[in-house]
Ligand binder design. Structure first.
Ligand SMILES: NC(=O)c1ccc[n+]([C@@H]2O[C@H](COP(=O)([O-])OP(=O)(O)OC[C@H]3O[C@@H](n4cnc5c(N)ncnc54)[C@H](OP(=O)(O)O)[C@@H]3O)[C@@H](O)[C@H]2O)c1
Length: 186
C-alpha cells in the first residue's frame, strides 16, 4: 500500500493567534487576501482534513477538494456516505466525510483515493495533536506581521515552540511570510 504525506497548512498572527470566536481573526483584513489565494492554490485538487471546530466555521465543503472532518465525539453520524465512497472509490467534493481520527483519514486516502498527499488545514488542536503523534510530515505556515487579538474574544493559539522542526524554505510577502517546515521525527 502507498504512503501519503500529511502536510499541515495554517496561518497565524505574529503572536501565534490562529482563531477568534470560531473564526479567522483576520477575515476582514484585505491585506491578508494573498494568503487565502496561496491556501486555495496549494490545496486545490488534494484531499483536505480538518478538526471538528474548524468544520463548524465552514458553511459548506471547500470546493474542488475532498473534505474529511475529524469528528472524535461521533456527533455528525454521517458514516453511510463514507462507507459507500470507500466501497466504490468515488468521493464527492460537494460533501464532508467524517472520520474518528487523523489515522483513519490517512488510511482511507491511502486505500481509496488517488493522491500522494493530503493537507491538514487545522485548527490548532488538531495540528498540534498530529505533531505530537508523529503524524505530520511537513508544515506550511504563514505568519502575518500584525497582531489581531481583541479583548473578550475566544482566542486559539498555535504553540509550536515545543515542536522539533526545521525551516526548509521561506517566502516573504509585504504583510508577512510563508515558511515551509520539516519535522525531525523521533
Ligand atoms: N489560522 C488558521 O490557519 C486556521 C485554520 C483552521 C482553523 N482555524 C481556527 O481555529 C479555531 C478552531 O481550532 P481548534 O483548535 O479550537 O479546534 P479544531 O482543531 O478545529 O477541532 C478539534 C476540536 O474539536 C473537538 N471535537 C471533535 N469532535 C467533536 C464533536 N463531535 N463535537 C464537539 N467537539 C468536537 C475536539 O474535542 P476533543 O479535544 O474532545 O477531541 C477538539 O477540541 C477556529 O477559530 C478556526 O477559525 C484557523
Amino acid at each position: 500500500m502507498k504512503n501519503i504525506d500529511i502536510i499541515g497548512i495554517m496561518a497565524q498572527d505574529k503572536d501565534g493567534l490562529v482563531g477568534i470566536n470560531n473564526d479567522l481573526p483576520w477575515k476582514d483584513d484585505p491585506e491578508t487576501k494573498w494568503d487565502m489565494k496561496h491556501f486555495k492554490k496549494t490545496t486545490t485538487g488534494y484531499p483536505i482534513i480538518m478538526g471538528y471546530k474548524t468544520f463548524v466555521t465552514f458553511k459548506k465543503p471547500l470546493k474542488n477538494r475532498i473534505n474529511f472532518v475529524i469528528d472524535s465525539h461521533d456527533s455528525l453520524s454521517e458514516q453511510e456516505n463514507i462507507k459507500h465512497a470507500i466501497e466504490t472509490k468515488e468521493f464527492n467534493d460537494t460533501e464532508f466525510y467524517t472520520v474518528d481520527s487523523l489515522k483513519t483519514a490517512r488510511e482511507i486516502i491511502e486505500q481509496a483515493l488517488d493522491a500522494d498527499k493530503a493537507y491538514l488545514i487545522g485548527g490548532a488542536t488538531t495540528l498540534i495533536r498530529a505533531i505530537i503523534n508523529n503524524s505530520l510530515d511537513k508544515l506550511i505556515l504563514t505568519t502575518f506581521d500584525k497582531s489581531y487579538f481583541k479583548d473578550n474574544e475566544d482566542p486559539v493559539y498555535l504553540n509550536l515552540d515545543s515542536t522539533d522542526f526545521v525551516i526548509t524554505d521561506c517566502r516573504c510577502h509585504d504583510n508577512g511570510k510563508i515558511e515551509y517546515l520539516s519535522f525531525k521525527k523521533g
